[in-house]
Ligand binder design. Structure first.
Ligand SMILES: *Cc1c(COP(=O)(O)O)cnc(C)c1O
Length: 235
């Protein structure tokens, strides 16, 4: 079995090459797309191997797992992203360890984030999660709720919105994923035209192992990749 660091370094460079090719195909600068390496399937050793391979932005979908791993992987350069649902009673503990919350999925949650960030004297950076495929099992704002929600979100002084996040419909082919990503981007463009003060919509977090190239072609600025970084690695 190849050395863990070596295997992960190879996987990382393959993913980065595929990202660069997708950016090139769509006439985009690869520096405009960030890789968040999702560590939810692996332990602290694999996360450290990602750091050794130059991936410093790590993502977890469960708050407790993020707390745990951020305690184990303490390199000062690591930046943690929460990419899954955040329960309101877990906001306080999460804010101190996270760089960006991708899963700002309701006004109630954002109000709680605002209150806790205010207590800490900080501002929390978030993306607004949109349930672009309309899947009843998914969290997120409905696309047609967004223009109504933005002014209220803009009133939260300790929440800084940087963009939108979505997942393509589960188990679908590339054509459907492309349509979902295209919808998120055009929603972003329409919301951007509303020019709500204090709301930035530069970031589009979309694309996972099965569809990150399509997402980049459709305008992703952040891709969240797990499985593809761990092929050949024993769990
Ligand atoms: C697990 C997860 C990912 C990564 O998925 P892979 O298919 O392993 O690349 C991305 N985004 C979210 C929200 C996830 O939960």
């Amino acid at each position: 079995m190849p050395d863990l660091n070596q295997q992960i370094a190879e996987n990382v460079s393959r993913v980065r090459e595929r990202m660069a090719d997708a950016a090139h195909r769509s006439g985009r600068d690869i520096r405009s797309v960030r890789l968040v390496a999702v560590t939810k399937y692996v332990g602290a050793d694999e996360a450290r191997a990602l750091l050794a391979a130059g991936c410093y932005e790590l993502g977890e979908s469960r708050p407790q797992e993020l707390w745990k791993k951020s305690g184990l992987v303490t390199d000062a350069a690591v930046r943690w992203h929460l990419i899954g649902h955040l329960q309101r009673n877990k906001v306080r503990r999460t804010l101190s360890s996270v760089e960006l919350i991708h899963s700002g999925d309701s006004l109630r949650l954002l109000e709680m984030i605002d209150a806790e960030a205010a207590r800490d004297g900080t501002t929390a950076e978030v993306l607004l999660e949109v349930n672009i495929s309309g899947d009843p099992d998914k969290h997120g704002f409905a696309p047609d709720q967004m223009s109504g929600a933005l002014p209220a979100i803009a009133q939260l002084p300790h929440v800084k919105v940087l963009g939108l996040m979505a997942m393509a419909a589960r188990g679908t082919d590339c054509a459907t994923a492309r349509a979902d990503f295209g919808c998120l981007r055009s929603l972003r463009d329409r919301l951007h035209d509303l020019r709500v003060p204090g709301i930035s919509l530069e970031e589009l977090s979309m694309g996972m192992s099965g569809d990150f190239e399509t997402a980049i072609e459709e305008g992703a600025t952040i891709v969240r990749v797990g499985k593809a970084l761990f092929s050949g690695v024993q769990p």
